[in-house]
Design a protein around this ligand. Sequence first.
Ligand SMILES: Cc1cc2nc3c(=O)[nH]c(=O)nc-3n(C[C@H](O)[C@H](O)[C@H](O)COP(=O)(O)OP(=O)(O)OC[C@H]3O[C@@H](n4cnc5c(N)ncnc54)[C@H](O)[C@@H]3O)c2cc1C
Length: 456
Amino acid sequence: MSRTFTRRDVLKATAALAAAPAFPALSASGDYDVAIVGAGAAGIAAGRRIAQTGKSYVILEAGARAGGRIASTTLASGAVYDRGANRFSAPARNPLVAIARAERLKFYEPSPGRRLYVGAREARDGEYDDFTASLRRANRTIAAVAELGRDIAAARALPELGDWRGTVAFVLGPLTAGKDLEEVSTVDLSRAEDRPDDVMLTDGTDALLAAATKPLAIELNTAVQRVDMGGRGRVELGTSRGTLTARTVIVTASTNVLASDRLRFSPSLPAQVVAALGRLSLGTYERAIFELPGNPFRFGANERIIFKTDNAKAIMLHTRVGGSDLVYADLAGRFGRELANAGGAAVAGFIEDEFSERFGGGTRQALGKIELTRWSKEPWVQGGFSAAAPGAALSRRALMEPINDRVFLAGEAAHETLWGTVAGAGLSGERAANAALRYLGPAPQEPPPPKPGKRS
Ligand SMILES: Cc1cc2nc3c(=O)[nH]c(=O)nc-3n(C[C@H](O)[C@H](O)[C@H](O)COP(=O)(O)OP(=O)(O)OC[C@H]3O[C@@H](n4cnc5c(N)ncnc54)[C@H](O)[C@@H]3O)c2cc1C
């Protein structure tokens, strides 16, 4: 039986789940100025923006934790690893970085480029030069094709790259877009911003999530199943814990979740939005995590290593993350998907073989237990991040249009140049929040003073 949230329900749940009480107070009728679906980077940034204005709002999160594709877990050894985002790009504009800075969290700059290995050794200077020149040439050619308005598969736009083709295709396809270049739009790829100035958090992403969500009213374990836009002046949301209404709604679920039947809209989403969701599906980006005590292969801290390849069976390593023994192997694109689908033992076997071949015997013992993420199997995410299919780069704009004037989509897919990143997700959340605020009318000049006993 469905029921309406009451203030008491919400306060009880929040008290049980979080150390800080909800802010601002939720209205007694379960009716809000803004309801936000999802507490990932986009939902958090949207919530922070709305909370500043004193409008009533609630964030509804299907999962048992906030953060979405920013997530960390602890290994049996006690080491904390990132299952999702750990490098924060566009730091000068990234709303999540701004929150972390305001909370005085510390950042460091990881090594910006990638190390390249050829066989068992690091590339020589000449090989680095050849690879960098090939990558630049591929980027230039893809951009030139896109500028001509030819939104075709990026693979078709690649110039002759000789024996660097496989490596360049791996960097621009699976690593950048989570998909192979045959499935990626030239226009979308050429619009993606360079990210030379990524930063990482000294205290880890959990510290960021704790600080960013502390003042927010978030209802965890609350899956929104139905968004009914048919009512007058109000949108009704049917959730796994009852119904509520809101004057505006911001939906930050991934394109794959929106395209599935987990979240239904009534009336249906406009045809151009439905088409856009299908053409902006999530690629694969999974991570295998393990420890290398004693650093037997003398890896540098916070570096990323790729290997010259002539086929699609490629992975990227993040070595000695945060200076620890942790190593991540990122699995992306079609090969990453097939390997991850083959299961943890197959992934471990592949990594062991790669390491033995490149770094010699004794690797199997050194590697220990390997953890594997399964983002594509997580029901409220269903993949890595969005990449436009050939011909579909303009689809991102369809996600930025208001639906029935008062429902706004946000999330990494709704950013044209920082798609696939926390920065893009956060900025799209702020954009949607501003649009909702415009719809609601002028905000008060000053945020209201905090109520006694409430945190601001
Ligand atoms: C392995 C991996 C590594 C990555 N590394 C980086 C990196 O280093 N740097 C970087 O910038 N980006 C990285 N990314 C991408 C980045 O994580 C995402 O672009 C970003 O976090 C997406 O944020 P979002 O808010 O758009 O979506 P999400 O994080 O998916 O948040 C959406 C939230 O909505 C919730 N939700 C969905 N449907 C419903 C519903 N019906 N009701 C209620 N709640 C719902 C979900 O549970 C989720 O919490 C990585 C991604 C992966 C998978």
